[in-house]
Design a protein around this ligand. Sequence first.
Ligand code: ADP
Ligand code: MG
Length: 343
Amino acid sequence: DMVKEEDLDVLSDLGAGNGGTVTKVWNKKRKSIMAKKLILVDAKPAVRKQILRELQIMNDCASPYIVSYYGCFPVDVHVGIVMEYMDLGSLDYICRNTGAIPIDIVGKVAESVLQGLVYLYDVHRIIHRDIKPSNILANSQGQIKICDFGVSGELINSIANTFVGTSTYMSPERIQGAQYTIKSDVWSLGISLVELAQGRFPFADPPDSDSESCDGLDDDERQPAENTFDPDATLPLSSQRPQLSPTTKRHRKRGVSLGGGGMTMSILDLLQHIVNEPAPRLVSRREQFPDSAVLFVDACLYKDPAARKSPQELLESDWIKNSKVTQADLRSWAEGVAEAQKP
Ligand code: ADP
Ligand code: MG
């Protein structure tokens, strides 16, 4: 039985992204906490109806690595999606609160995301399309699951044509307008893992700088780097022009500076950088990363998608196979995170 809007009482805000807002809700009927996401769909009612129909595919998505789906409904011009509430939030949120994530835990994150991607693709022929730390969620049982994958072709289309910005986790081929494949998700995973392990977005600062972006500093204490954003600039992209959202707080907060000396890049420069420069690597800073982890990330970040490994192949890599992290370790990590999140 699908969850209906009238069953839900709003408890608190969980966050807002490019095209949606997420709230914590209480389901009176089922007596449980859930998360409700509202996505603004700037489309005709018929298209919205089609999206709601297509989202039903999520009913059949059942995996320990995928956030569970409970129902969807129209809310004015929005589409409401009700899903499993993950009490530790997303990994970007955790990283901002508690700093870089220990490399062994990052290995477990990699495995969970890969299992989720393989499940979605092998069983449902779904490509995620938006892998990034804010779409990887954790709970205090130590489970790690992915959310916000592209189930509805109609939704993907209406997002592409309207409001959602290009993501800086996008692969070089995607930025250049090539067709999206599962290898593009692998690139996004690689960038996300570097960010979680190093505690900073890999394109944020030069690797030898001491500043950290996930160090718990208030945003005000960080570099006041505001990206220059010119929505009318000509994009170096083929096919359709992605809509770069100037309101993307994340990009504004991050001092997207390269090469030291306070050189700040616009989002367009950053996209061009991703296309033209060598891919980031897992660079050891405070912590010495194992070679197997460095090699794994390298295999995710080949700029040529044909050379890049598939999720199946990556699951067979040494780093994942030799991971010594148990469910108990994950649980105790999650308990530590939960402790740190207490007010
Ligand atoms: P984005 O993923 O770009 O941050 P979203 O609108 O998808 O934007 O989500 C906003 C925030 O809400 C996320 O960053 C995450 O911290 C939180 N969130 C999303 N889904 C859930 C969920 N199921 N449980 C708990 N928190 C969630
Ligand atoms: Mg999201």
